[in-house]
Design a protein around this ligand. Sequence first.
Ligand code: TRP
Length: 339
Amino acid sequence: MEKQILLTGDRPTGKLHIGHYIGSLVNRVNLQNTGLYNSYIMIADQQALTDNARNPEKIRNSLIEVALDYLSVGIDPTKSTIFIQSQIPELSELTMHYLNLVTVSRLERNPTVKSELKEKNFNMSIPAGFLIYPVSQAADITAFKADIVPVGEDQLPMIEQTREIVRSFNSIYKENVLVEPKAILPKGGFGRLPGIDGKAKMSKSLNNAIYLSDEPDVIKKKIMSMYTDPNHISVNDPGNVENNIVFTYLDAFCREKDKLKEMKEHYQRGGLGDVKVKKYLNEIIQAELKPIRNNRKMYESDIDYVYDILKEGSINAREVASTTLLEVRKAIGLDYFKK
Ligand code: TRP
């Protein structure tokens, strides 16, 4: 059976945290290890620059951090092609061709872009590149003829827009040149792990994230400071496990489901203190992150090797993207010189 093609990626704007881990990295590694997919994992540095043009150092420095995080969680360069978006200029040309198939009002309607615009306070100074990044994302996906794109829920509008572009392209120019991708959401509804302060999203700017590369004492400190049920004042008070992020994290990370169920009942009845629950969570997270941190240290000691992996991945990815670009040019009729 021919392998399906999987493509996904991240913007390099900082180190990856346990929200990325539970919401997408674990899923990617599992899909990679089924052997059923031809996997492409892209570091979207150009997309990251769409709202960081004046801060390229941040993107450059984050790129290697993201690569280290990928390798240390088990994205395996012998099984997946890890590559850098900016090193594939074919993606930019594809973007130009697709831009003619998309209206400005459609771009302004993209719900994820809309909420990012609000969040980032661009006001009247929206970079044009930012507004069109969903089209560039369509280029990323279609250049590899990806069948599936494992992403978080916030990326669904991008996949939808990609599908629209594919349908327009195929119907205007030539059927079956581009492939309509399908989004795959993470299992178990852990698309968005809240931050340790209970805010909706774990993020660097809110300073509420636990990073994959955090040292054990830092992890412990963060967990012990976590937000819990504000009405669970003394140990004997009945506590709430809903909207109690210590339990949200346990749901995401704890494998002893029976023990967790018992703990929840105990907490709800009263008599189980927050410190005890946090200590249990700390044990679990420490055990999960220790091998990852150790792998990371190994790769950190040979950064040249990591860049070699990215270079080789980018060379291989470029070959695939340039084949698609030739087909696209031909379909539009831009193949003037036959030989
Ligand atoms: N938009 C994604 C993010 O915010 C990154 C990304 C760029 C991507 N190109 C992609 C994801 C293609 C999936 C497929 O992290």
